[in-house]
Ligand binder design. Structure first.
Ligand SMILES: Nc1ncnc2c1ncn2[C@@H]1O[C@H](COP(=O)(O)OP(=O)(O)OP(=O)(O)O)[C@@H](O)[C@H]1O
Ligand SMILES: [Mg+2]
Length: 257
């Protein structure tokens, strides 16, 4: 796949296709932690994510598949074996066409467009230092055709490998203001903020963290605990972070009253 992490599209034992990020990707090993933790938490908030999984890739498969390699500036090294992060392709890649972007006109036909407000709550909370990324695909229901979106790429949440939170007003916003057309004020974010404050307890964070293969954070459990603690503490900051975005020259929320 394109992108800085050089992911690979793989068919897995459950017969689904996954976009797999490897431990030795050129971005950072912790990107795998961010993806699993981030996507699980986004799903908790009720955001449209894709199912994610820990994909076990054997040494033998890598040895027999020359394509399973990372292209570095001056060399090519094989992917590492063991548990990797998989983000499920939302259908059969031979049949379902995905779009990374839609023109503004088609964005109006996206059924779950209001979830972009929820994604901003998530991205402000986790300090996603990459712009929000989603995929779009067409859905046919009876005679009507509309688009749906799924949020992907949580790799740069918590500032990628840094695991700190350098908040900035424009961070986390989606590239097109059109997706925020339904935002009329803080009340448009309120349901998501409430889920964040009530639903993401210390226990939930603990539960999710237990699932992460320790090799993804190089057995540095203290660093993981510090990350979870900061996440828990940051929850009440989200409304202010959204207000800071609102006040920028970009004016991301044209219908805020
Ligand atoms: N679950 C998925 N289903 C379908 N396609 C996906 C999925 N996840 C990722 N992709 C595709 O793979 C590409 C790379 O994925 P992703 O953006 O997560 O990787 P990345 O290497 O971190 O990219 P970036 O350079 O943006 O940091 C995406 O642009 C998208 O088209
Ligand atoms: Mg990406």
């Amino acid at each position: 796949m394109r992108g800085g992490a050089q992911s690979h599209l793989m068919r897995c034992a459950d017969d689904n296709y996954y976009v797999v990020k490897f431990k030795n990707n050129p971005q950072h090993r912790r990107v795998l932690v961010n993806e699993l933790l981030g996507t699980r938490l986004a799903a908790r908030l009720g955001l449209p994510t894709v199912p994610v999984a820990i994909v076990e890739v054997s040494e033998e498969l890598i040895r027999l598949t020359p394509e399973l390699a990372m292209e570095l500036p001056r060399s090519r090294i094989p992917c590492q074996s063991g548990p990797q992060f998989g983000s499920r392709y939302p259908g059969d890649p031979r049949q379902l066409t995905l779009h990374d972007f839609l023109p503004d006109e088609q964005l109006g036909e996206v059924e779950d467009l209001h979830t972009f407000a929820g994604m901003l709550v998530f991205d402000k909370w986790t300090c996603n230092t990459n712009g929000r990324q989603t995929v779009f695909f067409k859905e046919k229901q009876e005679d009507a055709v509309h688009y749906e979106t799924r949020m992907i790429d949580q790799g740069f949440c918590f500032n990628a490998g840094e695991w700190n939170f350098p908040d900035a007003p424009l961070r986390g916003l989606y590239a097109r203001n059109r997706v925020y057309q339904g935002v009329t004020g803080m009340e448009s974010f309120a349901p998501w903020i409430e889920r964040l404050e009530k639903g993401v307890t210390e226990r939930v964070l603990d539960e999710v963290s237990l699932e992460i293969p320790p090799a993804w954070y190089e057995d540095d459990y203290d660093a993981l605990l510090r990350l979870l603690e900061q996440l828990h503490r940051r929850r009440p900051r989200v409304p202010d972070l959204i207000l800071e975005a609102k006040r920028t020259n970009r004016q991301p929320f044209p219908n805020w009253m």
